[in-house]
Design a protein around this ligand. Structure first.
Ligand code: GCB
Length: 592
């Protein structure tokens, strides 16, 4: 699905702002049939949970409703008119006046509705969007709804980050011509000094397609006719980590001299390859430094915010991070575009977090049921997971910043059924995108001896907490355990290894001369200990600290106002460890 954009043939209206807001009440309610009662308004984009000071809203389980009046620009007669919701977490329903025009499951990928037949250019209509935050054993991510003795529905889930919900990303009204470009796929390669861009254009009807590639100065450097082809760019400037360079692909549909549709897309030319225990970008060994992140800020929750986007990337630049993982769901497309433009490397993850009844964030759950069974994660869960992969790859396949797909975070890969569950999903990922390596982030009870899926992947991602959830406060034991474990993984698979999570909860301002967990000194010593070990293991190709910043979680006795493993606080102030990381990562650069 192409991101909506304004071109010579397409127009775009942002529907962000304040929307009327209502919490779903009785079953059978049909709030879209008219203006809402009540005075609540919610900001879009933002999660709704923390906007209001009302536990009945924050803890609501089920549908909430957003509504606004929209006027279709009067010049849009004869065009197709679409509403695009960048994300409705975790399910959405869109109504134009009284009519249901789109439904979608999956909280972090876009969907749209063609409302051409329901609205008219120049007229107003009532746009109502329902959003459900319910998670069950067949959603991605999964969860369980329980009922308290006093009759309240409660949402439980198998991941630690707070279940923020709502319209956390933009909503758009846009126009496209009746015959148009509906998708573009590019795959880039390098042949000596020549860049090769294979492209495939999909159109809504047979049409005469022409593509041209412009360099950053706007000069055409290659062009070709047809829906499919290969452009060659002599003396190509590559997209490099830390040195982004983007061409622009201009795709047009012509009828004689008339341009029926035009779409413009940035393209970065680069290659990605796993060879032995190396991860190569443009043929050069790449060492990932950076973080697992979250979309999380005060008040907005998971609401996309361009100020935080800019500031987070500034901080990553300041600290010398060259990459991040979109833990634990696809991020807003603005984030991916920004990474493309600024040369930050991305490991792109689905929302398949918590396929694990065994643990949550290092703490045993005490659930004795099997993770993979007809009553727990089952074929329907896997179908939802497959759909999440399809939508992620459809959305992000053209981003040069994306160098790898992460299929899942911390699944219970040691249990019976794990291989049957994952093998088809990894095969699907490779079929959808044969060009990028595939990884998963494995959990701490997985060992080379009991893990059932590691061999399916190209790169091993290890989430480990030696010195935190294990050997807490004893860094000497933790160092020996970590080294033994990494050595064993390296020997067992001969694949590149990324430490996809390692981190220690840290209260800013807490200090000690001893190895006392939660102090700033302990976080620094903990990370330094890991780095000593990483530097002794040949197969290591990266280190992603957990987490970039503190973030909101559900309540738990091991959470103090959320997860405090951030190297930055929730409002993005550096803890002491940030300065240590800055020294190390600025020295490492992108190759070690
Ligand atoms: C993990 C999870 C991550 C948690 C983290 C923790 O293993 O992947 O989502 O936040 O542990 O801090 O417990």
């Amino acid at each position: 699905m192409l991101k909506p954009t304004a071109t010579a043939t397409r127009e775009l209206v942002s529907l962000d702002g304040l929307w009327r807001f209502a919490v779903g009440t009785a079953a059978g309610d049909q709030p879209w049939l008219g203006p809402f009662d009540g005075t609540l308004e919610a900001a879009v984009p933002a999660s709704y949970n923390d906007l209001f000071v009302d536990p009945a809203i924050r803890d609501h389980v089920g549908w909430v409703w957003y509504q606004r009046t929209v006027r279709v620009p009067r010049g849009w007669a004869g065009e197709r008119i679409l509403v695009r919701v960048d994300a409705a977490t975790h399910a959405g329903k869109v109504y134009a006046d009284d009519r249901l025009v789109a439904e979608h499951s999956g909280g972090y990928t876009p969907f749209e509705a063609d409302i051409t037949d329901v609205v008219a250019a120049g007229d107003e209509f009532r746009l109502t969007i329902g959003v459900s935050n319910e998670l069950t054993n067949t959603t991605i991510p999964p969860g369980t709804i329980t009922v308290t003795p006093d009759g309240r529905r409660q949402q439980k889930y198998l991941h630690d980050f707070y279940n923020y919900s709502g319209l956390a990303r933009s909503v758009w009204l846009y126009s496209v011509p009746p015959v148009r470009v509906s998708d573009i796929a590019v795959v880039t390669d390098v042949d000596g000094r020549t860049g090769v861009i294979d492209y495939t254009v999909t159109t809504t009807a047979p049409a005469s397609v022409r593509v041209s590639l412009r360099d950053a100065a706007g000069d055409e450097v290659a062009a070709g006719p047809g829906e499919r082809g290969s452009l060659r760019v002599p003396q190509v400037t590559l997209w490099q980590p830390g040195r982004a360079y983007l061409y622009e692909l201009v795709v047009e549909i012509h009828d004689g001299d008339t341009v029926l549709d035009q779409y413009r897309m940035p393209v970065g030319v680069r290659t990605v390859e796993v060879r032995g225990t190396q991860f190569l970008i443009n043929g050069q060994p790449f060492y990932f430094t950076g973080f697992g992140k979250h979309e999380d800020t005060a008040v907005r929750g998971k609401g996309h915010d361009n100020a935080y986007l800019v500031h987070d990337f500034q901080l990553m630049d300041w600290i010398g991070a060259n990459s991040f993982r979109t833990s634990h769901y696809p991020y807003a497309e603005e984030v991916m575009d920004f990474a493309d433009r600024h040369g930050i490397v991305v490991i792109d993850e689905t929302a398949a977090v918590g396929l694990n009844l065994f643990i949550e964030g290092g703490i045993g759950r005490g659930d004795k049921r099997p993770t993979f069974s007809p009553e727990t994660m089952n074929d329907e869960t896997r179908n939802a997971h497959a759909q999440a992969l399809r939508e992620l790859i459809a959305r992000d396949k053209n981003h040069p910043s994306v160098v790898m797909w992460c299929v899942s975070n911390e699944p219970s890969s040691i249990e019976e059924g794990a291989r049957e569950y994952f093998a088809p999903l990894v095969a699907l990922t490779r079929e959808l995108d044969p060009t990028r390596p595939v990884t998963y982030a494995s959990f701490m009870f997985a060992t080379p001896g009991n893990d059932r899926i590691a061999d399916l992947f190209d790169v091993l991602g290890l989430n480990r907490y030696h010195g935190w959830y294990m050997a807490n406060g004893d860094l000497a034991t933790a160092e020996a355990d970590l080294e033994a474990e990494l050595t064993a993984w390296a020997a067992a698979h001969g694949k590149p290894i990324i430490m996809s999570e390692y981190g220690a909860d840290t209260m800013p301002g807490l200090h000690s001369v001893w190895d006392i967990p939660w102090t700033e000194e302990y976080q620094t010593a903990f990370l330094e200990m890991h780095h000593r070990v990483f530097d002794r293991i040949e197969a290591m190709v990266g280190e992603h600290v957990w987490n970039f910043a503190d973030f909101r979680t559900s309540n738990g006795i091991h959470r103090v106002d959320g997860n405090k493993k951030g190297v930055f606080t929730r409002d993005r102030l550096p803890k002491a460890a940030a300065h240590m990381l800055r020294r190390r990562w600025r020295q490492i650069g992108s190759t070690k």
